[in-house]
Structure formats: C-alpha cells, structure tokens
Design a protein around this ligand. Structure first.
Ligand code: NAD
Length: 341
C-alpha cells in the first residue's frame, strides 16, 4: 500500500471476500508490505479459502447480513469489499438472482464501515456495468468510464454493480465517507477458480489444453466462434491497482477502469495457451454456449492521466504463470491431493 498521511502500518484493513481469488491475493499483498492488522472475511468455510495468509485474521461470516458486517468492520480504518456471488459467463448468465442478491453485501458493508468510522471504502465494480449496446462488435471501441450511461448494464450482475457504485458515490456526497470504485476487466492468474462452472475464460482454456494433453484427445471445445474479443488483467496488476486507486485523493467516488488494454480474440487466447502447453489442438466451436458481449476492452486514458500507470503485464507472460499453476493443480487433483477448484 502507498503509505499516505492517514495510513499507518498498524491500521486495521478489512477485506470482504478474502477467501476468493482477488481478496486472497490482496491480503497477501498488504501483508507483504508490512501491514500488521488485516482482517480477512469470507462466507466459505476456512478450509475452502483459496489462500490463507499467515498473520492475517480470518473470519468466516456471511456479509449479506447486517450483524455480520458490523462485526467485520469493528475498528476498521480501511474496508475493501470484494465479496460477491460471481463467476464467468456461464455463471452470471444463468444465476442472475444470485448475482443481484450481492447488493445486500455492499449495502450492509458500506453502512457498517461508515458507522465504524472507517476512513476509506473500496468497491470492486466490473466492466459488466457498461452499456451492452456498445459491445456488440468484436472490433470494439474500448470502453471509457462515461460509457456506463445511459445505463443498459449486463442483466443481473452488471446492474448490481451499477447500483452499488451509486451507493458508494452517495456515501461520499451525503456522509463524507471516502469511497473508491474500480471497474475490473477480466482478472486472471494463479490461485483463482479454474474448474467447476465459475471459472473465467483464461483458466477454462488453460485447463482444457492441459486436459487435452493429458488425455491425448488432440482437440479442444471453445465457447462461441472464437472471434469474441476481450482484454485480461494479470492479478499482480489488479492488486497494485486497487491500492493505487483507493489511496488516490483525485479519485474519490469516481468509477475508473482497472483493466488491461491488450485486446485479443478468444482464438488468440487459445493459441497462447496451446503455446504454454507446447501443443496444437483441433478446435470445435460450441455456438450455443453462454458468450456474453461480442467485444470488450478497457480504455485506459483516465487511469494513465490520474495515476500515471496502467496494468501492463503482457498476456503471454501472465498466462504462462497461470498455465503452470493450473497444471500443478490438475496433476495434484489427479493424484488425489486437495486443490482449490
Ligand atoms: P471470487 O468468487 O474468487 O471471490 C469472491 C468471494 O466472495 C468468494 O470467496 C465468495 O465466497 C465470497 N462471498 C460471496 N458472497 C459472500 C457473502 N455473502 N459473504 C462473504 N463472502 C462472500 O471472485 P473474485 O474474482 O475474487 O472477485 C472479487 C470481486 O471482483 C467481486 O466483487 C467481483 O464481482 C469483482 N470482479 C472480478 C472480476 C474477475 O475477473 N475476477 C471481474 C470484474 C469484477
């Protein structure tokens, strides 16, 4: 964390959703920077957390309940809310009610943070908050922050994000709580979901390549026709970006993109994963699979202007590390060992 006048190494930082991918990485990031009081919270039982960071207080609480949010935020100086019921396209297109119900988490967490006298509150929004009419073509214009309005967000998940963003903006306007809002664009990396239905495209594709190699099938199934475009942000850039955004005085209550601007087609993503595995597979395209929008990229003009930085880990490098990690998970699972997905 960039140390500001207000942030001291023994200030209590609360992270909601810390049993998941980004929350686990963020707890580690803060701990590695010498912060001594970190409270990590997730509704999953502790043995199911993706990372348990030594020295971090871990609590198993369902943050959709007001009382649990009060407990979570006791004595908090900074609160980061990453807790949400979410997954890749397969999950968010099918389970819209679950996604919408995450509104309860932010609603109670921000009130609890405010009542506890926290100095800062961070909310993880998503590129799914953007108007879907602007994402119908794979040759997309990158999305800039103002493209969320007029609003026509992704059904379920995207609307929850948009409304929670507004909560954050009004807690600043009306009550003076310093809030930060980052719209994440597809995050990937080690220690994330890689199987089971909630995984996102980079992890799913790595797993399929690994499995095709292991079972010697010579083929891979791809959702859609492979021409959809996306950008993917490596986890190290994501946690660094969270830290920078939540401590930037010029970004209070201001939604900002946190994503990579390296646009690729899903076919290109598959080629990169194949290169990691040293194979070439026959591709079959599942055209009736959940696809999401045709194209989406992050316009990073604002983050470069405000922070003089943007997520810049090349996809090739981040994917190589992710592939290696998933391959170890895959082999561990095959050997009957415990894995995170
Ligand atoms: P994740 O699913 O790995 O982690 C989210 C965690 O929240 C899970 O461990 C889950 O158990 C927990 N959670 C859900 N409901 C809860 C509740 N009621 N109480 C307590 N914990 C609860 O997801 P992630 O990839 O780490 O995402 C973190 C945040 O970033 C989410 O808000 C997500 O919407 C947002 N986001 C992620 C991406 C991405 O590509 N990973 C993209 C855009 C936005």
């Amino acid at each position: 964390m960039q140390e500001t006048n207000e942030t001291k190494k023994d200030d209590l930082i609360v992270i909601g959703g810390a049993g998941g991918f980004i929350g686990g990485a963020l707890a580690r990031y803060f701990r590695d920077r010498g912060f001594t009081k970190i409270r990590a919270i997730d509704k999953k039982p502790l043995p199911e957390w993706y990372q348990r960071v030594p020295g971090v207080e871990c609590l198993c609480l369902d943050l959709s309940h007001e009382e649990n949010c009060k407990r979570a935020c006791e004595d908090a100086v900074e609160v980061v809310n990453l807790a949400a019921d979410m997954g890749g396209m397969g999950f968010i297109e099918r389970f819209r009610v679950e996604c919408l119900r995450s509104i309860l988490i932010n609603t109670h967490m921000i009130e609890a943070a405010y009542r506890a006298g926290a100095q800062r509150y961070f909310y993880s929004s998503s590129a799914c908050a953007y108007n879907i009419d602007l994402q119908k073509d794979p040759n997309v214009r990158a999305l800039k922050e103002s493209d969320a309005y007029p609003a026509n967000a992704e059904r379920g998940y995207g609307w929850e994000k948009l409304v929670s963003e507004i909560f954050c903006q009004e807690y600043w306007q009306e009550r003076g709580l310093k809030t930060s809002i980052a719209r994440f664009h597809n995050v990937y990396g080690p220690d994330g979901t890689w199987d089971g239905g909630r995984e996102k495209a980079p992890a799913a594709i790595c797993r399929k390549v690994i499995q095709a190699k292991d079972e010697d099938t010579g083929s891979i199934e791809i959702w859609g026709d492979g021409t959809q475009t996306r950008s993917f942000m490596y986890i190290d850039d994501c946690v660094k970006g969270i830290d920078m955004i939540m401590h930037a005085e010029n970004l209070i209550a201001t939604p900002i993109n946190l994503g990579s601007a390296e646009l690729v087609t899903i076919n290109e993503l598959v080629s990169l994963a194949e290169a990691c595995g040293g194979v070439k597979l026959k591709r079959s395209y599942k055209l009736d699979a959940p696809l999401g929008v045709a194209g989406r990229n992050s316009d990073n003009t604002m983050i470069k202007e405000m922070l003089g930085w943007e997520p810049d880990t090349p996809l090739r490098d981040g994917l190589a590390k992710t592939y290696e990690w998933i391959e170890r998970q895959y082999m561990d699972r095959k050997a009957g060992k415990r894995t995170i997905s």
